[in-house]
Design a protein around this ligand. Structure first.
Ligand code: ZN
Length: 309
C-alpha cells in the first residue's frame, strides 16, 4: 500500500479562544507521533489552497458569502458559542478542501492507494447552510461530490466514526442515494441527531448510535452489524472516512471508551471493503479528537493501518 499525507502549516493558523478543545496543539501532537520510524514510508505533501468554487459542491453561495463575511481582520469572530473564525480561518478551511480534493485526485489516478488529510478546522458538523460545531465547510461532503464530478465515482461511501454525529454530512446527502453515509457516535451527545430511524429519503443514511460508557465490544459489534453490512451491500467504488478520534476513552468531550487499537481494527475492516469494490481507494480526513495523547496514538495506528493494508 502507498499512503499520502496532506498537511500545511496554515492549519495551525485557525485560531480559537483560550481553553477551546479544537486547538492547534492537536496537529502538533499528531506530527510528533509521525516522527516515529514506522512512518518513514509515508509520503507527506503540502496541501494547496482550493478555489472557493469547490465549496459550492456542497454549500450554497450564501453560506460561502457568510463565512467570508465572518472572517475578522484581527482577533476572533463567533458564528455560535463554540465555532469561531480568525483572520486565516478561511485560508485554513480552503486548504483543507485543497488537501482533500488533491487526495481524491491521487487515489483516482492511481498515484497512491489511500491518503490521510491532517487538516483543521474539521468539517462534518457543517450543514448546507450553517457553520457549527467547530466546522466552517463540510470537507468530506465536498470531497465526495468532487470524486463524483471529476472522477465519475458512482457509489461513494462516507464512514464517520467521530464520537459526535456527522449531522452536516447527513444533511447534505439526506436525499442523495449516490452517497451512503454511515455513522457510529455517542447518543445522547452534541449535536443531538443520529438516531437509528434517521435513514435518509432513500435509505442511504445508516446511523449506529452508542450509549455513554460503551467500549470496544459494543463499538465493534455496531460497526460490524450496521456499518460493514451496509457497505457490503452498497459496494462503494470509493470510501471516505470522517476520522474523528474523540471516542477514545481519554477524550474529555464524550464518554465512549475506545482504545487506539479499535481505530486500527476499523481501518482494517474498511481496507477489506475497499479491496473488494473500490480498487483500494480510501481518503481519510481528520475530524475530532481532543485528548492529545489519545488523538496521537489513535490517529497514528489508523495511518499505520492505511499504510500497511
Ligand atoms: Zn467529535
Amino acid at each position: 500500500m502507498t499512503t499520502f499525507l496532506y498537511e500545511n502549516p496554515v492549519f495551525l493558523e485557525h485560531e480559537v479562544p483560550e481553553g477551546h478543545p479544537e486547538r492547534p496543539d492537536r496537529l502538533k501532537a499528531l506530527n510528533l507521533a509521525l516522527e516515529h520510524p514506522n512512518f518513514s514510508d509515508l509520503k507527506r505533501i503540502e496541501a494547496k489552497k482550493a478555489s472557493e468554487d469547490l465549496v459550492l459542491l456542497a454549500h450554497p453561495e450564501e453560506h460561502l458569502a457568510a463565512v467570508r463575511r465572518a472572517i475578522p481582520e484581527e482577533g476572533l469572530n463567533h458564528f455560535e458559542a463554540d465555532t469561531c473564525a480568525s483572520p486565516l480561518s478561511l485560508d485554513a478551511a480552503l486548504t483543507g478542501i485543497g488537501g482533500a480534493t488533491a487526495a481524491v485526485d491521487a487515489v483516482f489516478t492511481g498515484e497512491t492507494d489511500n491518503a490521510f488529510v491532517a487538516a483543521r478546522p474539521p468539517g462534518h458538523h457543517a450543514e448546507k447552510n450553517k457553520a457549527m460545531g467547530f466546522c466552517l465547510f463540510n470537507t468530506v461532503a465536498i470531497a465526495a461530490r468532487y470524486a463524483q464530478k471529476v472522477h465519475g465515482a458512482e457509489r461513494v461511501a462516507i464512514v464517520d466514526w467521530d464520537v459526535h454525529h456527522g449531522n452536516g454530512t447527513q444533511d447534505i446527502f439526506w436525499d442523495d442515494p449516490s452517497v451512503l453515509f454511515c455513522s457510529t457516535h455517542q447518543m445522547p451527545l452534541y449535536p443531538g441527531t443520529g438516531a437509528k430511524d434517521e435513514t435518509g429519503i432513500k435509505g442511504n443514511v445508516v446511523n449506529a448510535p452508542l450509549s455513554p460508557n460503551m467500549g470496544s465490544e459494543h463499538f465493534r459489534e455496531a460497526f460490524r452489524s450496521r456499518v460493514l453490512s451496509a457497505l457490503t451491500n452498497f459496494r462503494p467504488d470509493f470510501i471516505l472516512i470522517s476520522a474523528g478520534f474523540d471516542a477514545h476513552h481519554r477524550d474529555p468531550l464524550a464518554q465512549i471508551n475506545l482504545v487506539a487499537e479499535d481505530f486500527d481494527w476499523a481501518t482494517g475492516r474498511l481496507h477489506e471493503i475497499a479491496d473488494r469494490s473500490a480498487g483500494n481507494r480510501m481518503v481519510s480526513l481528520l475530524e475530532g479528537g481532543y485528548d492529545l495523547q489519545g488523538l496521537a496514538e489513535s490517529a497514528g495506528l489508523h495511518i499505520l493501518r492505511l499504510m500497511r493494508g
